[in-house]
Design a protein around this ligand. Structure first.
Ligand SMILES: [Zn+2]
Length: 193
């Protein structure tokens, strides 16, 4: 009898452990896309990144999930047309100029709490790790938008070692080459999607 009870407790504990070991997982919210579609989208976005940035993004998502932070890849590459459509209150990039998204060296991470709001505390943890690895996170620094209003780019990350600012990168042969490669990747992704 006692053995049976102990066995029952053991099985219960094992089930509990299983339930809590799925770190980074959470019940899907009503307005979220089903997992396969989300994965497909993430794979496509990943393919649009510059290769070293792609590896950087994958490593930071893996690291985040290992910490129990459910990070998902958001927007990555932005075509010149998409760049033109960005809300001037949400970007510091001037009209007609290109940014890190345009060369596949910027990506967004979607990190939300159970109530579907952005998890600012988790962003700060991931942001610190991104900086430690030589990437950029500006989510805790208020910037001035093109429209002249202050904004916070919480979900935005960049990877461009060797170039602190866009101004240093723009006009270099590397920038021209990477712009062309980013556009080619986008054409390929659209053709073979
Ligand atoms: Zn961005």
């Amino acid at each position: 009898m006692l053995g049976k009870i102990l066995l029952g407790i053991g099985a219960g504990l094992a089930a509990l452990t299983l339930a809590f070991s799925g770190r980074g997982r959470r019940p899907m919210l009503a307005d979220e896309q089903p997992e396969p579609k989300r994965r497909q989208k993430a794979a496509r976005r990943l393919s649009l990144l510059e290769p070293s940035t792609r590896a950087f993004a994958v490593a930071i998502i893996d690291w985040s999930r290992a910490q129990g932070i459910p990070a998902y890849l958001g927007m990555t590459y932005r075509s010149p047309e998409e760049q033109r459509k960005v809300d001037p209150h949400r970007t510091g990039i001037k009209e007609g100029e290109f940014g890190w998204h345009s060369v596949g060296r910027a990506f967004h991470l979607d990190i939300r709490k159970a109530d579907n709001t952005f998890d600012k505390a988790a962003y700060a943890i991931v942001g610190a790790e991104v900086r430690r690895r030589g990437g950029v996170w500006l989510g805790d620094r208020e910037r001035t938008s093109r429209a002249g209003t202050p904004f916070l780019d919480l979900a935005h990350f960049e990877y461009h070692p060797g170039f602190k600012k866009l101004a240093q990168y723009r006009g270099t042969p590397l920038a021209r080459q990477e712009l062309a490669m980013a556009e080619r990747r986008a054409i390929e992704a659209a053709t073979y999607a």
